[in-house]
Design a protein around this ligand. Structure first.
Ligand code: ZN
Length: 131
């Protein structure tokens, strides 16, 4: 019976300007992160491409993210990686990136702390107030 329930959709906002950026059935804080030699601990967000079997149950929508036209080459311990950066549609802060390789198009890498879930918005003050 519980199969028929609609998955709960979480919405995520830009940490910096609170603009709504993403809607996803995934809990971003519970998704795996990149390990070395990726080094940035970015969260790996699967997009619905090439996961047809469960595409109706799990999905991620990029709502107001904008994508850089040019890829950026980033040096890693083991070589280089071409990244296409994704930014907040309002404040243009970089929130994540995709790898510029056909086979990995199915994932968005979100930078740590780049987004905040709606339910956490406005709850308490940000850390580090002791200035
Ligand atoms: Zn923003």
């Amino acid at each position: 019976m519980s199969r028929m329930t609609t998955p709960h959709v979480h919405t995520y906002h830009c940490t910096f300007c609170s603009h709504l950026l993403l809607a996803s059935t995934h809990i971003i804080s519970a998704l795996p992160t990149r390990r070395a030699p990726g080094l940035d601990n970015a969260t790996i967000v699967p997009l619905q491409e090439n996961t047809e079997s469960d595409s109706d149950r799990e999905y991620t929508l990029l709502l107001t993210l904008t994508r850089d036209r040019a890829a950026k080459v980033v040096a890693r311990e083991d070589g280089f990686e071409k990244r296409v950066l994704w930014r907040c549609g309002r404040c243009k802060l970089i929130v994540g990136y995709m790898l510029d390789e056909e086979k990995r198009r199915g994932c968005l890498y979100l930078l740590p702390g780049a987004v905040v879930e709606s339910s956490e918005l406005g709850q308490g003050e940000p850390e580090g107030q002791a200035a």
